[in-house]
Ligand binder design. Structure first.
Ligand code: TPP
Ligand code: MG
Length: 271
């Protein structure tokens, strides 16, 4: 477990560098969301979650369910740096036969807990796992990451309603609230506000944070674990974080940088 925030910030920056290299090498992928969620992935894998990279199926591990599967480069990079597999394998992103599929595939890579890509499905999976852990009297926590896009799907709201009703208190939903989606700003496509009030109305507890501040992410998770209800952490995130020409831009939702753009991005991330 890494406690030093400066060290954690360095890891997050390293993950961003890997994300740019991975997506550029693959020639396709989702840089904006991946760069944005890198701080959350760092906080989870290097501080918050109880897990053992050498025993990915350890029964008492905390679970991470990534619902917006397209940001998986950030998760894969965090897992490689945490020791789940050699870092050089990161360049296999999106390659045929690789465990690092462009949308996470559980059958190819069981350490990721669930497959995702179709939005709106994985909060339900997280709830199922949280309930199963309770039935087994297993003290592990289920962390779910969902996105703006996930909240455009009806199934997500059914899951929110169910978890609130059942007071599922071993479930923490970290919302990647980066205000963009595939083709534009969330507020112009399907406005989610007032998101906090919606969750409160469904009997959840809500914590709002800056999702690019690792200290805030860690503190929010610590607080959330003590609350006797499901908790939504609304993590306000800058998509494309760290690369000036990608920040806040839905144009970078789903395309790889060209060679010169990647070089410019890496220059910014390494200075
Ligand atoms: C059920 C479903 N419908 C449509 C899509 C196509 N799709 C991929 S990403 C996306 C929107 C993404 O929004 P968000 O998750 O907020 O992504 P961000 O741009 O912030 O990374 C859509 C509609 C999908 N993956 N799943
Ligand atoms: Mg988004």
């Amino acid at each position: 477990m890494v406690k030093d925030i400066k060290k954690l910030e360095k890891i997050a920056q390293q993950l961003r560098i890997e994300i740019i290299k991975m997506i550029t090498n693959a020639g396709s992928g989702h840089p904006a969301g991946s760069l944005g969620i890198a701080d959350v992935m760092t906080a989870l894998y290097f501080n918050v979650m109880k897990h053992d990279p050498k025993k990915p199926k350890w029964n008492k591990r905390d679970r991470l369910i990534l619902s917006n599967g397209h940001v998986c480069p950030a998760r894969y990079a965090a897992m490689a740096y945490a020791g789940y597999f050699p870092k050089k394998e990161l360049m296999n992103l999106r390659k045929f036969g690789s465990k690092l599929q462009g949308h996470p595939s559980y059958t190819d890579f069981p350490a990721i807990e669930s497959s995702s890509g179709p939005l709106g499905l994985n909060l339900s999976i997280a709830i199922g796992q949280a309930l199963a852990l309770k039935m087994d009297k297993n003290p592990a926590t289920v962390y779910c990451v969902t996105s703006d896009g996930d909240h455009n799907e009806g199934n997500t709201w059914e899951a929110i309603m169910f978890a609130g009703n059942r007071k599922i208190n071993n479930l923490i939903n970290i919302i990647d609230r980066n205000h963009i989606q595939l083709s534009g700003k969330t507020k112009n496509i399907m406005p989610l506000e007032p998101l906090k009030e919606k969750y409160l109305a469904f009997n959840w507890s809500v914590i709002v944070i800056n999702g690019n501040k690792i200290s805030e992410i860690i503190k929010a998770c610590e607080r959330a674990k003590k609350i006797k209800k499901p908790v939504a952490i609304i993590a306000n995130i800058i998509p494309g974080r760290g690369v000036s020409f990608m920040e806040g831009k839905s144009e970078w939702h789903g395309k790889a940088p060209k060679k010169e753009q990647a070089e410019q991005a890496l220059k910014q991330l390494t200075r």
